[in-house]
Design a protein around this ligand. Structure first.
Ligand SMILES: [Zn+2]
Length: 80
């Protein structure tokens, strides 16, 4: 683990702000999805790779009405 000496305050509904320096370093923006999990007694977070919402592949991705779909699933939907 790498110490960052960054701290953030949890607000009254449990939200925290990821420091801008870390958002930039890990290319986290307002559309990013992060996974939060517990490991070895600590809360950890990692950016999720974009993936198709139907088959979970991360190849040939396209946005459709705000959702991420792969070309194969998009083609299947068009041909339904
Ligand atoms: Zn797919």
């Amino acid at each position: 683990m790498v110490a960052t000496d960054m701290q953030c305050i949890v607000n009254d509904i449990g939200r925290i702000v990821i420091p801008a320096k870390l958002r930039k370093k890990f290319d986290i923006n307002e559309e990013s999805t992060v996974e939060i999990y517990v490991q070895d007694g600590t809360i950890r977070m990692q950016k999720m790779k974009p993936a198709c919402i139907l088959c979970n592949t991360s190849e040939s991705l396209h946005k459709f009405k705000g959702k991420t779909l792969c070309k194969a699933c998009l083609d299947d939907l068009i041909n339904c």
